[in-house]
Design a protein around this ligand. Structure first.
Ligand SMILES: Nc1ncnc2c1ncn2[C@@H]1O[C@H](COP(=O)(O)OP(=O)(O)OP(=O)(O)O)[C@@H](O)[C@H]1O
Ligand SMILES: [Mg+2]
Length: 222
C-alpha cells in the first residue's frame, strides 16, 4: 500500500485514511490496532479490495488494485484473499460443509470438487466431524472456525480478519488466534484487526492507526 487515502463523501467529506503506506510479506502475521473510528476496518477493506482508495496505490502480487476494473478486483479477491469477520457472516440454514464450500463459489469449480475442498478445509480447523450439521447448532468459537475454513478453502495469499475474537471468550479466542497465526507460511500472510492487546502480542508485528494515519509500524522488513 503506497500513500493510500480514503475520503468518504457525504454529507461532509471525511478522511478515514490518510497517506497510509505499508508492506506485508508472505509469512507475516500483523496486528492492526487503534481506537474505535481510527480507520482499521477501512484499512483492511482497502487491502482486501472491498473498497477502492481515493488516492494512492494498492498492489497485491504485482496487481495494482486501484488501476483494475471491478470484475478483475473481484477475481483477485476471490482467489487471493480470505476474509474473517467478528460476526462470522455464516449462512444459518446451510450446513457447516455448505458454508465452507461457498468460499469457492467464484472459482469456477464444480459442486463435487467444492465439497471435497470444504472437507479438507474443515480438517484444518478440526471440525470435519461436524460437516453435516447446521451452523445454527454451533458455538461461537466453532462458528468462527467454520468461517476460517471458508476463508482458506481457496488457499488465499492474504488472510484478513476484522476483530475475529471480538465475540468470543478467552478460551475460544485463543483457539481462533492459534488457527489464524498458524496459517502464515511461505505463500500466505495474516492480518488481524484487534482491540485486544493480548491478541496483538500473538502476532509478529503491530501497525497502530490513529485518526486515519499509521502512527507506528514497527517490525516491517526493510
Ligand atoms: N461508508 C462510510 N461512509 C462514511 N464514513 C465512514 C464509512 N465507513 C467508515 N466511515 C468513517 O470512517 C472512520 C473510520 O471507520 P472504521 O470503520 O475504519 O474505523 P475502525 O477503526 O474500524 O473502528 P472500530 O474499532 O469501531 O471498528 C469512522 O469515523 C467512520 O465513521
Ligand atoms: Mg472496525
Amino acid at each position: 500500500m503506497d500513500r493510500v487515502s480514503k475520503v468518504y463523501g457525504s454529507p461532509v467529506p471525511f478522511t478515514a485514511l490518510r497517506d497510509a503506506s505499508l508492506t506485508i510479506d508472505a509469512g507475516d502475521t500483523v496486528a492492526v490496532v487503534g481506537p474505535s473510528g481510527s480507520g482499521k476496518t477501512t484499512l483492511l477493506g482497502i487491502l482486501g479490495g472491498l473498497e477502492r482508495p481515493s488516492s494512492g496505490a494498492v498492489q497485491i502480487l504485482g496487481n495494482d488494485l486501484a488501476a483494475l476494473p471491478d470484475a478483475q478486483v473481484a477475481g483477485i479477491r476471490a482467489h487471493r484473499i480470505g476474509f474473517v469477520f467478528q460476526r462470522f457472516h455464516l449462512i444459518e440454514h446451510l450446513t457447516v460443509l455448505e458454508n465452507v464450500a461457498t468460499g469457492l463459489l467464484y472459482h469456477g469449480v464444480g459442486g463435487r470438487a467444492r465439497r471435497s475442498s470444504a472437507q479438507a478445509a474443515l480438517e484444518r480447523v478440526g471440525l470435519h466431524r461436524r460437516a453435516s450439521e447446521r451452523v445454527s447448532h454451533l458455538s461461537g468459537g466453532e462458528r468462527q472456525r467454520v468461517a476460517i475454513a471458508r476463508a482458506i478453502i481457496g488457499h488465499p495469499n492474504l488472510i484478513l480478519a476484522d476483530e475475529p475474537t471480538g465475540n468470543l471468550d478467552s478460551v475460544n479466542g485463543g483457539m481462533v488466534m492459534s488457527l489464524l497465526t498458524g496459517l502464515a507460511d511461505a505463500d500466505t500472510a495474516v492480518v488481524v484487526v484487534t482491540h485486544d492487546p493480548t491478541v496483538a502480542t500473538r502476532l509478529g508485528r503491530t501497525i497502530t492507526v490513529r485518526d486515519g494515519g499509521i502512527v507506528d509500524n514497527t517490525g516491517e522488513s526493510a
